[in-house]
Every structure is written in structure tokens, then in C-alpha cells.
Design a protein around this ligand. Structure first.
Ligand SMILES: NC(=O)c1ccc[n+]([C@@H]2O[C@H](COP(=O)([O-])OP(=O)(O)OC[C@H]3O[C@@H](n4cnc5c(N)ncnc54)[C@H](O)[C@@H]3O)[C@@H](O)[C@H]2O)c1
Length: 389
């Protein structure tokens, strides 16, 4: 197989970005496009170097029925995005899916079981696990430089309200201050979803660094609607505490409705019994490290960056510190059978389920909830749904 015939479903900002990458990373040919908002089709076709023979669909079912589509690039934003991924696997397509993997635990299971039954490649296209800084921290933890990891923090604070309302017919976005002029605008899924669902860019890199999975979760939230923008149903701040299989405690937070100082959207730190590392707090700040064994009287600044020092030329400028390239290279190699996915379907669900259950915990007055392990076992042979669901 020289080229993967891929169809892109979801033609918003991210879909168009993926189309650019799928035309620059070798090994792909875009053969179909899909979005229920037909106004998006023209812009998407215009983003193709050669749109000849590229089919366009408004209905996802018709898109999946196109036998020319071998693989689906799923860049939708929807409460149903997990079900849509599973549906594509069930239709016999390989799936490369934008984050988060799902918004319901049942959809996580449906993806896992469909991937097991069909043998098709499923990848969650979470890219921050490929960042240079995460590679460095992964290697430090694996070498034991931080000792036993006990406490880990991650946050995604992104003031994102400009895309919290839209005119559904055209996909035109509005922010809360534009609502008076556009009374027809409705809240988007970004404004309605529990913000704590959006932890893939925390759980994916941090669980990669720790080589671990979350086993239990509790959550807490401020009241909705937002205090910063009362028009927005989403609360301003949601926080989760999680325990991992290796006995580390994670404190993760997500916020999209309240203003933030200009800085990276993500912040991370890892503390162990023999050292700690942390990402920069602001644009003027620097990442830091402390090692108990190194006669250090303070944390030292380290020039870790998102960009990797070993990035190939074709990764440069792909987005998110060059990391966007890696998910398309990894998916291509897995579909072509040259390299299996490191970030497999089980690790992908390890990033989705704790976040979904954090929101469930919030709904149940911070009740501590157990996170299922999606890997096959004696109780759940591969290809079968778990007994209790
Ligand atoms: N990895 C990252 O860094 C990153 C960054 C931004 C967004 N995202 C993710 O990418 C996805 C898309 O984000 P976006 O900003 O482009 O969203 P968007 O709202 O701009 O566009 C999403 C598009 O999906 C379409 N859609 C919805 N249901 C569909 C269906 N059943 N079939 C086909 N199309 C459907 C919508 O009509 C819309 O045009 C989201 O899941 C988001 O979480 C990831």
C-alpha cells in the first residue's frame, strides 16, 4: 500500500488543518469529505491541491458507505464523537480521531470492542505526548531520576469563548459579547460539555511519562453558568483528583470560560521522592528541575521546549510545537503495517474514561469512582462487551 485513501469528517478549523497535513505528510490521499453543514464543503474543497474526484457528503452514514474510503480522519466536535469513531470501525474503516476520544463510557467500550473485532487501526490523535519536554520527562522517570513519582499536576486553561456560540446552518461562531446582535446563535458543544472532559492533553502525555493508568477519580466544580460570562452554561473551573495504578496522585484542572493571562494553555509538574520537574508558569518563566541527589539549593531552569531536538524536517511547522506531524506519521505507519501504535486503543481510552468519570463524580457530589481497565482479561475476552454493560 503506497497511499492510504482517507476521508475527512468534520470540516471546521481542525479538519482544514488536518487536510493541510494529510497533503504534506507522505502516504495519504484525501478521497472524501463529510460535514452536515454543507456550507463548509466549498472551503474544504478549496483547501485541496487537487479536488478532482473527491466526494463530498452531508450524511456520515453515506460517507462511511463509500468503499473508496479506507480510513477516516474524524475531526468532529460533538457529544457523539466516540460513537462516530466506533461506527467507522464497525464499517471496516481505520480511524484517526481528534481528541477527546469520547464523552460517554459506553462509547469508550464500543470503540475498544469494534477495534478488537475488526482488527482495524484506531488512533486517538493526541499530539502532546510527542512534545520534546514529555520525551525528556518520560526518560527521566524511566531512569528513576525523580525516584518514585507521588504527585502530578496538569491543567488546560484556554479562554475559548469566541467559539462558544454558533449559527448552526453555516457554522459561523460568535462569542458571548456578540449575542445581542445574533440572537439566533446557539451554544456549541464547547460551551455545553463539562470542561473536565477535555483532559486528553493532560492525561495522554502525563500517563506516557508515568507509564501508568488511572484507577480512581473524584471531581469538584464551581457552579454553572460561568461567573465570568453568565451567558455561558459551563462552569468556570473544574478540578479532578485521580489515583494511578502505581500509586501516584494526579491533580488535573480544566477551564475554558474564564479569562487567563497570556501564557501556554497547558501547565504540568511531576514530583517524586528524589526530584521534580515543572513546565513554565508564564511566557517569561522557564521550565525547572530539582534533583535531591545533585547538591541543588534551588530549582534550576532548563531549556526544555515543546519542539523536539530530533524532529524531522517534515515535522517543522506542523502545529503545536511540531507535534501535530507525529500523529499522522504514527497512524500511517500502523495502517501500512510498518510500525504498531505505541498509543494503542487501550491507552487512548485511559485518557478519556477518567475525564468522563470526573464529570460523573461532580454530578454525584464528588463521589470516588473506579475507572475501568479496557484491556482484555479473563472476565472480558477481546471482542466482547464487559459483562456489566
Ligand atoms: N488536538 C488538538 O490540539 C485540537 C485542537 C482543536 C480542536 N481539537 C478537536 O478537534 C475537533 C474539531 O474541532 P474544531 O475546532 O475543528 O471544531 P468545529 O466546531 O470548528 O468543527 C467541527 C465540525 O464537525 C462537524 N460535525 C459535527 N458532527 C458531524 C458528523 N456527524 N459528521 C461530520 N461532521 C460533523 C461540524 O458540523 C463542524 O463543522 C474537536 O473534537 C476538538 O476537540 C483538537
Amino acid at each position: 500500500m503506497e497511499e492510504i485513501r482517507i476521508g475527512v469528517a468534520g470540516l471546521g478549523g481542525r479538519g482544514i488543518h488536518w487536510m493541510r497535513l494529510l497533503q504534506s505528510v507522505p502516504g495519504y490521499r484525501i478521497v472524501a469529505l463529510c460535514d452536515p453543514i454543507t456550507a463548509t464543503h466549498e472551503r474544504a474543497l478549496a483547501a485541496l491541491k487537487d479536488s478532482g474526484g473527491v466526494a463530498t457528503y452531508a450524511a456520515y452514514e453515506d460517507f462511511l458507505a463509500d468503499s473508496n474510503v479506507e480510513a477516516v480522519a474524524l475531526t468532529v466536535r460533538s457529544p457523539r464523537q466516540g460513537a462516530l469513531a466506533a461506527q467507522a470501525l464497525e464499517a471496516g474503516k481505520h480511524v484517526n480521531q481528534e481528541v477527546p476520544a469520547a464523552h460517554f463510557i459506553d462509547d469508550c467500550w464500543r470503540i475498544v470492542v469494534a477495534a478488537e473485532r475488526t482488527g482495524k487501526v484506531y488512533q486517538l490523535a493526541e499530539q502532546t505526548r510527542y512534545l520534546g519536554v514529555m520525551q525528556a520527562w518520560h526518560d527521566m522517570v524511566a531512569e528513576g531520576q525523580l525516584g518514585r513519582v507521588t504527585f502530578v499536576e496538569g491543567q488546560y486553561f484556554h479562554y475559548y469563548v469566541s467559539q462558544f456560540f454558533w449559527e448552526k446552518a453555516t457554522g459561523t461562531f460568535y462569542g458571548p459579547t456578540e449575542l445581542a446582535e445574533h440572537p439566533e446563535a446557539e451554544p456549541t458543544w464547547s460551551a455545553l460539555m463539562p470542561s473536565i472532559h477535555y483532559l486528553p492533553h493532560e492525561l495522554s502525555p502525563l500517563l506516557y511519562v508515568l507509564d501508568d493508568r488511572v484507577v480512581s477519580v473524584t471531581g469538584m466544580s464551581t457552579q454553572g453558568p460561568s461567573s465570568a460570562h453568565p451567558e455561558i452554561p459551563q462552569p468556570d473551573m473544574q478540578v479532578s483528583l485521580m489515583k494511578t495504578e502505581k500509586d501516584a496522585i494526579l491533580r488535573l484542572a480544566a477551564s475554558f470560560a474564564q479569562p487567563q493571562p497570556p501564557r501556554d494553555y497547558h501547565w504540568y509538574q511531576i514530583m517524586g521522592t528524589r526530584g521534580s520537574v515543572e513546565w513554565r508558569r508564564s511566557a517569561r518563566d522557564r521550565p525547572k528541575m530539582w534533583l535531591a541527589s545533585a547538591q541543588m539549593h534551588d530549582m534550576a531552569e532548563v531549556d526544555w521546549q515543546f519542539q523536539r531536538t530530533d524532529a524531522p524536517a517534515e515535522a517543522r511547522g506542523s502545529g503545536h510545537g511540531d507535534a501535530d506531524y507525529y500523529v499522522h506519521a504514527a497512524f500511517r505507519d500502523a495502517v501500512m503495517g510498518t510500525k504498531p501504535l505505541e498509543f494503542d486503543v487501550y491507552r487512548a481510552m485511559d485518557t478519556a474514561a477518567p475525564a468522563i468519570l470526573a464529570a460523573e463524580s461532580i454530578a454525584q457530589n464528588s463521589k470516588l469512582l473506579s475507572v475501568p481497565d479496557f484491556r482484555p482479561s479473563a472476565a472480558r475476552p477481546a471482542g466482547s462487551m464487559p459483562a456489566e454493560s
